[in-house]
Design a protein around this ligand. Structure first.
Ligand SMILES: Nc1ncnc2c1ncn2[C@@H]1O[C@H](COP(=O)(O)OP(=O)(O)O)[C@@H](O)[C@H]1O
Ligand SMILES: [Mg+2]
Length: 580
């Protein structure tokens, strides 16, 4: 698959709207013809109609001089309307593609990306590119080039010498703007960085608001944000300076001076009978168009740079590798649930240190399989690999004998219910969180909730299942969140149930009840329960003991205790905890 770039997406959108663009060019040409004609009517009025004292022609010309600008304004409005529609379409197409790409990108890349940056580029970045491309870059350049050509022809026909003087502004401005280019680019890059960092600061402060408060970090965050505001203002001021003082002012000066020169030289030409007064008037009416085009070209240089910087930002994200697409469907025929095998699996997160090293074990169909070990030992990583969140650097993971690398991730995940260690809940109702992303009948939900001891808690809530759980579920206690997570995993009716420290925050009594639910739920499926608390997995058929990413022991709980190895030591340590 060739990589999609922002440019390709934009061109694709323009192609789709080629007929609209053609109609715009048509409006444009009409407007230009009108603009070119108008000064000629003035010339006629001054040079012919007035000397001849032709009242009827004067009347006609008067009507034309009123009507033509009106028509031209109407055409312009039509043109602007279409232009904005196309700009919007481009922004939306970019947003759509970028979202789709990032939502499918490899987890590793996303983990290393600031969420604030993503938010910035999808909301503001894409919008800006659409606006700029169509509103301030491509189309204005096109219309200015056309206008410039039309007016230039008319001016040359009147007097080529004066035209040359008028055009002197171009090399002057060109040399000047050329020198500015690098500055403009640096400014735009700085601006983008400031905008990105603003989004990510805001995003982090508010998602970490409890930590901010707990550590009395409010003043620190305020100072950080104030400094951001200053940076933003500084760069905004520089941009405004660039725009007004550096771009607009000198061109204004050049315009005015050259206009004076043209007028003065024009007077000589009139005295020498090489030019009529009407010619000079028409000429002076044309010059603003020429200088307008010049300013637009200068401005376009700034906006083109801004756009390039914005597009590079989008392309960086569009360049992220996608999660593997396609693959075979996972079919599970056993009533008991499938078998799972790890064969010499090694994995590192790119930190140079292996999180798992040569891990091999197999889980039998329908088994209740425990994984224990000290924290950081690689337990969660095993489940992450099984979910296909990451791919192992070496070794294979098989479900029912099929390498999961060959399976479609969608089908793999459809068969797995995960109650993760790091629980994420949507800031939506309990019902929506349990049913996510589908709709599930209320009775089924109530049944599962009763099984996981969630029911009494929900029934006590004012709005029951419609109660909203707060950002990331923070309006719930840790234990309540865990029960929602287990319930949600079970509701999926998966063939494989993965529980990662799923009951670590439950009190002993509640845990016993939830354990019952899990015992019930594990029937007809293969279950892997990860826990550092041994009570949680002591009923497991077999237990894998991980030590620093390696398999230390594997066996039935009583065997492991009898062996007096690592498991035994953990077991004894926890017993002691309970006694004291
Ligand atoms: N997303 C990640 N990026 C980088 N390193 C990670 C990531 N997740 C875990 N690790 C590292 O991998 C090792 C194993 O982590 P983990 O599987 O979460 O351990 P456990 O679940 O047994 O506590 C740890 O050293 C941890 O720091
Ligand atoms: Mg873990």
């Amino acid at each position: 698959m060739t990589q999609e770039t922002a440019k390709n997406i934009i061109v694709g959108e323009l192609r789709k709207r080629i007929s609209v663009i053609i109609s715009m060019v048509f409006f444009l040409i009409l407007t230009i013809l009108i603009s070119v004609t108008l000064p000629l009517l003035f010339k006629r009025l001054v040079d012919v109609t007035i000397p001849a004292r032709d009242m009827s022609e004067a009347g006609l010309l008067l009507v034309a001089l009123i009507t033509i600008p009106l028509v031209s304004a109407a055409l312009n409005a039509l043109y602007d309307y279409r232009r904005e529609i196309i700009g919007e379409a481009i922004s939306q197409a970019l947003r759509q593609k970028l979202f789709k790409h990032l939502v499918n990108a490899k987890l590793r890349d996303l983990e290393l990306t600031d969420t604030g940056h993503i938010i910035h580029h999808i909301t503001r970045g894409c919008g800006r590119v659409g606006d700029l491309y169509i509103g301030e870059d491509l189309l204005p350049l096109m219309s200015n080039a056309l206008m410039f050509t039309g007016v230039l022809v008319a001016m040359t026909l009147i007097n080529w010498g004066l035209t040359l003087i008028t055009l002197l502004a171009f090399p002057i401005t060109y040399l000047f703007s050329k020198r500015l280019q690098n500055y403009v680019r640096t400014l735009q890059e700085e601006f983008l960085q400031v905008l990105e960092s603003g989004s990510s600061t805001l995003q982090q402060v508010f998602s970490g608001i409890r930590t901010v408060r707990a550590f009395n970090g409010v003043a620190h965050e305020k100072a950080r944000f104030d400094s951001w505001i200053r940076q933003h203002s500084d760069i905004q001021a520089k941009t405004i300076t660039l725009h007004n003082v550096i771009l607009i002012l000198p061109t204004h000066i050049v315009d005015r001076v050259l206009m004076g020169v043209v007028f003065g030289v024009g007077a000589f030409e009139i005295i020498n009978d090489r030019l009529t007064i009407g010619d000079l008037i028409a000429f002076m009416m044309y010059t603003p168009y020429i200088y307008g085009a010049l300013r637009a070209m200068l401005q376009a240089q700034v906006t083109t740079t801004e756009m390039k910087v914005a597009i590079e930002g989008l392309d960086k994200f569009l360049g992220y590798e996608m999660e593997r697409q396609g693959g075979r469907d996972l079919t599970i025929s056993q009533e008991a649930g499938p078998s799972i095998q790890f064969e010499d699996v090694s994995f590192d997160y790119g930190r140079g240190d292996f999180a798992l090293r040569d891990v091999s074990f197999s889980v039998r169909p329908g088994e209740f399989f425990g994984i224990v070990g000290i924290s950081g030992g690689g337990k969660t990583t095993i489940l992450d690999l099984l979910m296909g969140f990451y791919a192992p650097q070496s070794g294979r993971i098989l479900i029912n004998g099929v390498d999961i690398q060959e399976l479609s991730l969608k089908s793999l995940r459809r068969h797995i219910g995960l109650a993760p260690q790091d629980i994420f809940l949507w800031n939506k109702s309990i019902y929506e969180n349990l049913a996510y992303p589908d709709t599930i009948a209320a009775e089924a939900i109530a049944e599962a909730a009763a099984g996981t001891n969630l029911q009494p808690f929900i029934e006590a809530l004012p709005e029951k299942y419609q109660t909203v759980v707060g950002e990331r579920g923070l309006a719930l206690s840790g234990g309540e969140r865990q029960r929602v997570a287990i319930c949600r995993a079970i509701l999926k009716q998966p063939a494989i149930l993965l529980l990662d420290e799923a009951t670590s925050e439950l009190d002993a009594l509640t845990e016993a009840k939830v354990q019952e639910a899990i015992d019930h739920a594990k029937r007809g499926r293969t279950t892997i329960a990860v826990a550092h608390r041994l009570a949680t997995v002591i009923n497991a058929d077999r237990i894998l003991v991980l030590d620093d990413g390696r398999v230390a022991e594997l066996g039935a709980p009583e065997e492991l205790i009898a062996r007096r190895g690592l498991f035994y030591r953990l077991y004894e340590a926890q017993k002691l905890e309970r006694v004291t």
